[in-house]
Design a protein around this ligand. Structure first.
Ligand SMILES: *[C@@H]1O[C@H](CO)[C@@H](O)[C@H](O)[C@H]1NC(C)=O
Ligand SMILES: *[C@@H]1O[C@H](CO)[C@@H](O)[C@H](O)[C@H]1NC(C)=O
Length: 552
């Protein structure tokens, strides 16, 4: 056994003797209901897709084939697209890069249609976007973040083996991306394509997607989560499986979610994989699915009758030998909600409607109040937040920012940009929701990260020291160190979103208000695929502002 191994093993033994390190106190003192902030009355596009990148810029995009946007392209650029359905010469932008620090926006140029597409960030920080509609349905596009104003989309035509419209992506432990499904696509494929395209088939059938497609589909944008055992959890309609993508084999089928109501597009509930806590032995993996629209909603909406959305959430503990759904109700029904993991392990459920479904003109009764869901509480798991002033229906999105705010944008249930003569006008504004933990009253217990060792690289099973300061420190059992992979959010699902609570080996007092936490990097690439994560120090349930680290 090498010295390094011994160094690692000893603290493991110590930790099992002192299980207090595993506790994470979640205060019930968040009396406030959070706060809304209007960042821009109009950014010129209605971002239905958003992803935070590791330079704290959020890339957002809309679609290209519905006429001009309200954000001009810069430097006299225009797009000539003979295949565009609405506007062949278009001098407006359909994508933008939002700089969180300066609250400014830079227009970006997309060549072909990205409508209802999918994406994932590669381990090196480059966003890979897949598919869309019309001339964009088999294209991929890459965006590599830069620290100046030069970077833009680079497009690779016809690199996908199938059209990918309403597909879901998941980054894999080996740095590939799996692209699952899409409209009438009962198959999956991998990216980037290797130098030798014959090294694996271009697309692989997945019967599960076929048998979960009903008359209004209800299985698009499947909920895909990479599990610690290396398999994928795939949820579509009411059914879910444990799927081995290496062997193309369904290992296990879970019971359908009770109630028989569909949860995927256009029924559009949402889902998260709850934080994977490496302090718990054995590691637990649990998935939550919340909201959606009852069976028949889409057909009913087509006839002008809008059924009440679902209020139920199901939790499935995948590491249990015989997993079974545990159901509970949210305080109000919601379809098209976005579920985002918050730095302290809570979940925000934001945007959406109380009646109807996804699809053109199909949503009614916007739900203005976000919910905070605290999965680890035994009672009172839901809190109702302060209402937003703007409805966010179909084609809205939300992502978590490094500072703990939730960026909210979009809402366009119309084929075009329609601001008048419709019940829910296209919304081009950008807002931020500040969850209760950001209230100044928590500043005394709020940690501030000062330094992360090893140049912010978090190696697998490797010690890492996180220096932070806090004025009113409790004890080591009040501290947890978490890393979060930001989501590619579209259509009510945060693709690739995941949180890992790192193994905490202790908290050491440095003097003054300074401490350092000794943590161990993720155990495996199945638990945390390589790439950029935001690290948070959470103290008494109050998170620090985040700090970018690279898991590798
Ligand atoms: C990341 O990897 C992709 C795929 O290999 C490549 O196209 C891209 O340029 C890389 N990005 C950086 C920042 O090196
Ligand atoms: C939206 O606007 C377009 C033209 O810009 C118009 O043709 C269409 O009828 C409008 N849709 C609705 C639902 O009013």
């Amino acid at each position: 056994m090498s010295t390094i191994m011994i160094l690692i093993v000893i603290p493991f033994v110590l930790a099992s003797l002192f299980p207090c390190f595993q506790a994470q106190t979640l205060p019930s003192r968040f009396a406030n209901q959070g706060q809304w902030q209007l960042l821009h009355p109009s950014i010129g596009i209605s971002p239905m897709h958003m992803q935070l990148l590791h330079n704290d810029k959020v890339i957002m995009f809309d679609r290209t084939d519905f006429g001009h946007s309200y954000l001009p392209l810069s430097n006299g650029r225009c797009r000539m697209d003979p295949f565009d359905i609405a506007l062949k010469l278009d001098c407006s932008a359909h994508s933008a890069l939002y700089d969180v620090a300066t609250n400014t926006l830079r227009p970006l140029m997309i060549q072909t249609d990205t409508w209802c597409s999918s994406g994932a960030v590669l381990p090196n920080g480059t966003l890979i976007q897949t598919g869309g509609y019309n001339d964009g349905e088999r294209n991929i596009r890459m965006f590599t973040p830069c620290f100046d104003e030069t970077c833009d989309w680079v497009e690779f035509p016809r690199l996908l083996s199938q059209r990918r419209w309403y597909a879901t992506n998941q980054i894999l432990p080996d740095a590939r991306v799996i692209v699952v499904g899409g409209r009438r696509q009962f198959n999956y494929e991998f990216l980037p394509k290797t130098a030798n395209p014959n090294s694996y088939p271009s697309s692989v059938p997945l019967n599960f997607l076929q048998r979960t497609s009903d008359t209004s589909e209800n299985n698009l944008y499947p909920f895909v989560h990479l599990l610690p055992d290396g398999n994928l959890f795939i949820f579509a309609n009411t059914k879910s499986v444990l799927f081995d993508y290496k062997l193309n084999s369904v290992i296990k089928e879970f019971p359908p979610i009770p109630g028989e109501d569909p949860r995927n597009y256009p029924s559009s509930g949402s889902s998260v994989l709850l934080p994977l806590d490496e302090n718990l032995v054995p590691l637990q993996a649990e998935v939550v699915v919340c909201g959606g629209a009852p069976r028949g909603s889409f057909e009913s909406a087509l006839r002008g009758s809008f059924m009440q959305a679902l209020a139920s959430c199901g939790r499935l503990r995948l590491t249990h030998p015989n997993p079974n759904w545990v159901m509970e109700n949210m305080p109000m029904p919601r379809a098209m909600g976005d579920m985002l993991l918050l730095p302290n392990g809570d979940v925000v459920i934001i945007n959406g409607v109380g009646a109807g479904t996804a699809g053109w003109e199909h949503g009614r009764e916007p739900v203005l109040t976000p919910l905070i869901f605290r999965p680890s509480e035994t009672v009172n798991r839901f809190s109702i937040m302060a209402p937003a002033s703007r409805p966010r229906l179909y084609h809205s999105s939300a992502v978590l920012l490094k500072d703990g705010r939730v960026l909210v944008g979009g809402s366009n249930p119309h084929v075009f940009y329609n601001f008048t003569g419709v019940e829910y006008p296209t919304d081009l504004s950008l807002e931020a929701f500040s969850p209760p933990y950001l209230a100044p009253e928590f500043n005394p217990v709020r940690p501030t990260i000062r330094y992360v060792t090893n140049n912010n690289v978090l190696g697998f099973r490797t010690f890492c020291y996180v220096t932070f300061s806090v004025s009113d420190f409790g004890s080591a059992s009040d501290v947890s160190i978490r890393i979060l992979a930001p989501s590619f959010t579209t259509h009510s699902f945060g693709q690739n979103q995941r949180m890992v609570v790192l193994k905490l080996r202790g908290v050491t007092y440095l003097g003054g208000e300074a401490y350092y936490a000794t943590v161990v990097g993720p155990s495996t690439a199945e638990i945390a695929p390589p790439g950029y994560y935001i690290l948070f120090v959470v103290h008494k349930g109050v998170p620090s502002s985040g700090w970018w680290v690279q898991v590798m």
